[in-house]
Design a protein around this ligand. Structure first.
Ligand SMILES: Nc1ncnc2c1ncn2[C@@H]1O[C@H](COP(=O)(O)OP(=O)(O)OP(=O)(O)O)[C@@H](O)[C@H]1O
Length: 570
């Protein structure tokens, strides 16, 4: 990933480094120039050939201009680099998520994925913003050091020793705040889970004071306190390290002022030069040491993002990006001995779906039925390629679906999940060529008075759950794929629209040659299917093809049901 970032921004990074270094060095040169002016020796330097006969004031103005221009250029490039880095990282993590196998995403959970997209990317972006500032300050310190060595190499040697000692002690103690930063970041995942529960369950919490108080005190407050404790521990540890570095700094100034002159003859110009430069270096050194916590957090975040690549199975991205063409001409879909299992932690046993043997053909209307937890959704997820068979094989048009063709295979399905997500924009739809179809579908779905398409967006998605599901159906229609899967689509519909769905919309899809697999509990419409596949404890226990002559009976039952409903309401 770092290589990818370097490749995408190496020109900017080089520019930032160069301007930063020039700015830092010219800053140091300016200080040397000021010191020489104070000591009254500047005219002596300007007698050299390279002085080009310019006056000290012009030299001063020139050096100050270089400092200002380079500082501006490096800050400008820095902002370009850091904003680009944050953007690229956000897109990189988003693509990782999109390319990852679905079970891995399910295992990690939404809140942890969101922490990567927010906390980690922000931490890395913050460090990238500081990085060039750090380069400038590092260059200033390096330039100052060069000037100090020129003033007195003996003092410079002592100074180098002090710096090496400072770096060694920093390395020795750095693991303390680093451990706290790592723990704080791990705790952030728990905090993020708590925030998800809070935002998604806000209605349930508002209606139950004891539940909400217990939730806050036993879950949210615990994570918030742990996060605070670890963050505070890291800050205090860095503060102490900072103080230690400052102490070394003051000790060095004291030694230059009071110890060295007694030990070795040092001119006043050298002493004042050293003290002036040291005081000037104070601010860049504070920036360098002050940025340590930011860099530690970024290091932990970067490790998290790199590990996310492994956890999500990043190798699959190459397979996905192969962009195999979808085989739109559907002839047959077959599942041969397909299985998938989950471990039920509390019961300490597995739920296994299958082995499943099934075949689907164009223009078939199939209902998948069975009790709660019988494996209907799991079978649907296996069928559409979001779960991968642990045993057995899926064949599309007689060809096995493997890792290389799975992405193309998935493009044959249009699915509305029971916990569907409705995008407010019709992404990937050719609006110009579908304008007539959209208006027609909006009419058929009884939504034409409520929703319109404006600039590719639904004019409103603030609708009832049933209406939002109808909009999802509109989007599915527009996808125009050979295989449709609906997971309890009609569950939120009123009786009138439920009737329309089973008796008109599904048969209309079938008439268009689409294959439809509908997961349903609406037994009064089972007779309309070509086949009803019943699941129990992950196994197919019955495959029934209701005879056509049963339909009048069903219609009769329907009438009886509505008469009963009328009696109840009256
Ligand atoms: N992500 C998961 N992790 C662990 N177990 C799971 C997971 N998803 C489903 N299961 C288990 O697999 C079994 C089948 O679940 P599935 O959602 O397929 O049932 P279903 O027939 O669709 O039920 P329902 O009618 O209630 O929607 C259940 O016992 C469930 O506990």
């Amino acid at each position: 990933m770092l290589l990818f970032l370097w490749r995408s921004s190496w020109i900017t990074i080089t520019g930032v480094l160069l301007t930063g270094i020039v700015s830092g060095l010219s800053n140091a040169a300016l200080i040397a120039f000021i010191n020489a002016s104070l000591a009254g020796r500047v005219d002596q330097y300007l007698t050299f050939e390279w002085s080009a006969g310019l006056t000290p004031a012009v030299w001063f103005a020139g050096l100050a201009s270089i400092v200002l221009v380079c500082r501006f250029a490096s800050h400008y490039l820095l902002n370009r680099f850091s904003t680009k880095l944050a953007r690229d990282l956000r897109l990189h993590v988003s693509r990782l998520i999109l390319n990852a196998p679905y079970p891995n995403l399910q295992k990690l959970g939404k809140s942890v994925l969101l922490s990567h997209l927010t906390e980690d990317v922000t931490a890395i972006a913050a460090a990238s913003e500081l990085f060039p500032v750090l380069c400038i300050n590092f260059a200033i310190v390096a330039g100052c050091m060069a000037y100090l060595s020129w003033l007195s190499w003996q003092l410079a040697c002592v100074l180098a020793g002090v710096i090496l000692f400072g770096v060694a002690t920093f390395q020795l103690f750095n693991h303390v705040p680093m451990r706290a930063v790592r723990s704080a970041r791990d705790e952030y995942d728990n905090l993020s889970r708590g925030f998800s529960a809070l935002t998604e369950g806000v209605r349930e919490l508002k209606l139950h004071r004891q539940r909400s108080e217990a939730f806050v005190s036993q879950s949210l407050a615990v994570s918030a306190e742990s996060y605070r404790r670890y963050s505070f521990r890291a800050t205090v540890a860095y503060l102490l390290i900072n103080q230690w570095i400052q102490l070394l700094y003051y000790l060095t100034i004291a030694a230059i002022l009071y110890v060295f002159p007694a030990w070795q003859a040092i001119s006043q110009e050298v002493v004042s030069g050293y003290v002036l430069v040291f005081l000037f270096m104070m601010s860049p050194l504070t920036v360098l040491t002050g940025s340590l916590p930011v860099f530690s957090r970024a290091k932990v975040a970067l490790n998290k993002v790199l590990r996310l690549d492994d956890k999500l199975g990043g190798k699959n991205s190459a397979q996905r990006s192969a962009k195999l063409p979808a085989q739109r001409h559907f002839k047959a879909l077959a599942l041969h001995g397909v299985t998938h299992s989950f471990h039920r932690e509390k019961e300490n046993r597995n739920f296994t779906l299958g082995p499943i043997d099934l075949e689907f053909h164009p223009g078939e209307l199939v209902f998948l039925i069975g009790g709660n937890g019988s494996g209907k959704t799991t079978l649907a997820l296996l069928l559409i390629g979001l779960y991968h068979p642990e045993q057995g094989m899926i064949h599309w048009n007689g060809r096995p679906v493997d890792a290389g063709s799975r992405d193309a295979y998935q493009q044959n399905f249009s699915v509305i999940f029971s916990d569907f997500y409705l995008f407010d924009e019709l992404y990937g739809v050719d609006l110009e060529n579908n304008r007539g179809a959209i208006e027609d579908y909006l009419q058929r779905l009884h939504l034409h008075h409520k929703v319109d398409i404006v600039n590719g967006r639904f004019s409103s998605v603030s609708l009832s759950q049933g209406q939002r599901k109808r909009l999802a159906l509109l989007a599915a229609y527009l996808e125009d794929r050979p295989f449709y899967v609906f997971d309890e689509w009609a569950a939120d519909q009123d009786p009138e629209f439920k009737h329309l769905f089973y008796t008109e919309l599904l048969p209309a899809l079938k008439a268009r040659g689409k294959t439809v697999l509908a997961i349903t509990h609406d037994d009064k419409y089972f007779h309309l299917a070509d086949r009803c596949i019943k699941l129990d404890e992950g196994r197919i226990t019955a495959v029934e093809s209701p005879p056509v002559d049963k339909r009048p009976q069903a219609a009769h039952r329907e009438r009886l049901d509505s008469a009963a409903a009328e009696t109840i309401t009256s």
